[in-house]
Write a protein that binds this ligand. Sequence first.
Ligand SMILES: [Zn+2]
Length: 240
Amino acid sequence: MTKLLYQTDSYLKSFEARVSAIDAENHAVALDQSAFYPGGGGQPADSGSLAIAGVTYPVKRAKKAGDEVFHYLEGDSPLPEVGAAVLGQIEWERRYKLMRTHTALHILCGVVFRDYGASVTGGDMDPLEGRMDFEFETMHHELVEQIEQAVNLEIANARAIRVAILPRDEAFKIPDLIRTKINLLPEGIPQVRTVEIVGLDLQADGGTHVNNTAEVGKVRVVDYKSKGKINKRIYIAVED
Ligand SMILES: [Zn+2]
């Protein structure tokens, strides 16, 4: 089982670990703990590197398989042994952009629900750009401008962001979480990780976020389109 270090410290850029399993076919290794985000919830997996026994292996991506996070090693260097000591390094510039983008999408989500009562149906992101689908009957230019202004106001408000890991039954008692479809979480999960933008938004979420909305920068709504009668898609860019 890989301990997910990014869940409690999203600012961790490097970490020590041990190789816990090998996937020779995919030239990948699992570690006993990792700061690599393995992808999910619309946030792409991290890239970076692992230094093991004098060899530095570039890591293009990480992926969860059961309870383990596998790190896919680039190049032809022979795989290390189980038990070998590892120094892991996240490609921080890219990850931090993803953190700002992910938080920007939660701000958007919070604003749209607070001001218009519209729920999210899906989302996706790349560094500094993202999209989100809402249950909105009509979407037009003025509305999109209002949403953009409200998002940037919440960034200027410098709201704190808090992460918590709660027992499942406790999480189910939080009314705000129910609207974000916590009931879709698989039965077997004993704990629920929550990400709260204090005073704005609270969601069950496994991703990495910045500590304060002020870190996001400036958000622009770059496009919107209809994805059917009920769903409307909003595209955002986060400015560097
Ligand atoms: Zn999220």
